[in-house]
Design a protein around this ligand. Structure first.
Ligand SMILES: [Zn+2]
Length: 384
């Protein structure tokens, strides 16, 4: 992965390159940011740049043996650790990243490194509830490998994708190394959920915050993916909130079953608030709260998109709306209830719920408060 393959973030790339060029590479760096904005590809580009023997123009060459080995996750001075698991695991069976490296390599190349934890778990075919994890054995093996002599690079690098899923014992082993850094060993931790990491791990790492992808860059991506109308491309970029994954999701539109399901839940809650049917709303909350955190957050992001769209229609900006079939029909009817007086508070309610759920708050309580607050102005307007 070269820096030039990463969408946007030109300033951040320059800063990362400057740090490596200066030779003062921090021994542990924590890449964080919203999923789909490029945390993992950026970390991989840094790793390739560190190992490249022929850097030029602020990027790795992509051609030297080191670059070739890094891009296939086969460099002997680099280790990649990521959450794994399997269905029907035998009791006591140890599942390690190395076993899944071919699948990881293929998936990384297919997606350019833009994927979420859920995308990866789907690739591992873990079913609905099983998640990946990073075992203590994994941390032990990694430390043993680090003790081997360097093969060709002046540095040894370790990438840990999603350190938040490490078992406590594994976290402690890693923490030990972070506390007493080894010479010429650089750790790259890439997290989706910084709030779940040990505070001691955070304090031992240099933070690299990866912001949302710039809107202009996402417009270019939308056009590359076949959107011909520039207004549409601009609008999809706006809706995707700086995430390439969201952009792809919006483009897959009506074919996306999850988005369809989210729409149906949203429409039903809004209809019930119009009818003052609190019992039905609370029963919907119970169902949503039983889902995984990732699923709930995905749903809330979709709800805020639909509210924004309804507001755009209300404000007379119908031509820049980007809705499909039933979504469009519903939001058209629903738009009169979403005006400038209420939209900001509604979106803030959803964003607050997302923050609280990320911090492991009680989903049922948070969602009850969130939906009843959103429904209030709709009920009020219907009474007029
Ligand atoms: Zn190279």
């Amino acid at each position: 992965m070269r820096f030039k393959d990463i969408i946007g973030h030109e300033e951040l790339k320059k800063k990362l390159v400057r740090n490596i060029d200066s030779g003062r590479i921090s021994h542990a760096q924590l890449f964080s940011g919203q999923m789909g904005c490029g945390t993992l590809p950026l970390a991989m580009a840094c790793i390739q740049y560190i190992h490249c023997t022929c850097r030029h123009d602020g990027d790795s060459c992509g051609e030297c043996p080191s670059c070739k080995m890094i891009s296939t996750f086969a460099h002997p001075d680099h280790q990649t650790i990521f959450p794994v698991n399997k269905l029907k695991k035998k009791s006591g069976e140890m599942v390690l990243s190395s076993e899944f490296l071919p699948l990881w390599r293929e998936f990384f190349n297919k997606t350019g490194g833009y994927f979420s934890a859920d995308d990866w778990y789907a690739e591992l075919d873990l079913g609905k509830t099983l998640k990946g994890l990073i075992s203590t054995k994994e941390a032990e093996n990694m430390i043993l490998n680090l003790q081997l002599k360097s093969y060709s690079s002046p540095y040894k690098t370790v990438l840990i994708w999603l350190p938040e899923v490490m078992k406590a014992e594994a976290s402690n082993r890693i923490l030990k190394i972070l506390e007493e850094p080894w010479d010429n060993t650089v750790f790259f931790l890439v997290t989706e959920r910084e709030d779940l990491l040990l505070s001691t791990i955070i304090s031992r790492t240099q933070s690299v915050y990866v912001p949302r992808i710039e809107s202009e860059e996402l417009i270019k991506q939308a056009i590359l993916m076949g959107v011909q109308d520039t207004t549409k491309a601009r609008n999809i970029s706006r809706l995707s909130g700086g995430s390439l994954l969201e952009l792809k999701k919006i483009l897959s539109g009506a074919d996306n079953t999850q988005q369809r399901e989210n729409f149906e839940i949203f429409a039903s809650i809004m209809r019930n608030s119009y009818k003052h049917n609190h019992i039905e709303i609370l029963s919907a909350v119970e169902d949503i709260a039983a889902e995984s955190i990732e699923r709930i957050i995905g749903m809330l992001i979709d709800f805020s998109r639909l509210l924004r769209e309804a507001f755009m229609i209300h404000a007379g900006m119908k031509e820049i709306s980007y809705l499909w079939g039933e979504e469009a029909v519903f939001c058209q009817k629903f738009a009169p209830f979403i005006d400038s007086e209420d939209i900001e508070a509604m979106i803030e309610n959803i964003e607050q719920a997302i923050r609280q759920i990320r911090q492991n708050g009680n989903a049922k309580i948070i969602l009850t408060h969130c939906f009843l607050s959103i429904c209030k102005p709709i009920e009020r307007k219907n009474l007029k």
